[in-house]
Ligand binder design. Sequence first.
Ligand code: CP
Length: 314
Amino acid sequence: MSLRHKDLLGLEPLSSEEIALVLDTAEPCKQIFDRQVKKFPTLRGKVIVNLFYEASTRTRTSFEVAGKWMSADVVNISASASSVTKGESLTDTAKTLEALGADVVVIRHRHAGAAHLIARAVRARVINAGDGWHEHPTQGLLDLFTIREKKGRIQGLTVVIVGDILHSRVARSNIIGLTKLGARVRVAGPPTLMPLGLRELGVEVYHDLDAALEGADVINVLRIQRERQKKGLFPSLREYVRLYGVTKERLRRAKEDVMIMHPGPANLGVEIAQDVVEDERSVVREQVKNGVAVRMALLYLMSGGEPRELQPAD
Ligand code: CP
């Protein structure tokens, strides 16, 4: 079994078997954290370009660490320091990077479809690191990996995603991945921050967070994008915190061992309380670590690697 696709543009085109393959391959990759020499020789000679048109700490750094631990050469480009500022188009930039030897282009862009656009223009493999409101597939994969690692399964779990579902690429990739792997997904948030068509995706929609949390195994808290309030999509931050802020008090509705997730960056005291992030049931830091393992696995599989041949360098 291998990944059939040239690119990773979203979780939508992946089968449940392909998602499971990435998660299975990430397991040996994660063991690298316990090794003194953090190196797999497998991507020696490959060039990975991180092309980020939007700010990022976790995704950009973890792709860089993942590429380096797989022995690839990693180049980071931010839009502000590239010829984009002189008017170069996205496809021209991608073709230039390919001419410079890029085997993989990892792109983050504020517009949905940016990764698709360059994937059509170059032979290099393209990984979507977040495009507008569309998808953030590697975040979806690392969230699935973290749930499976901690809970032992995904099938049959009740997962609550709370916040701005409408504008969240993290929510979209999570919903697609979780439903493919058999979880029961509930989303909670204000009606103005819910997209249409959620029920058709097999998702249960709640506007009352307390009701959504009844019996939940996992809660994934989304960052509230403050600029949405200026556009009148919710009345005030104070009101949002009262209705949807995740506090220890509120978590009593969920199962005792509920797992607490946040993709970061978090607005502490807004969508999630500081003591919830620091709670022993929180896996927020583990998600960041798992981001490296999952991205290593992806880079390896997308370069034609066979999971059983994945061996660390001595
Ligand atoms: N979760 C996530 O995408 O974080 P960054 O914006 O820091 O990459």
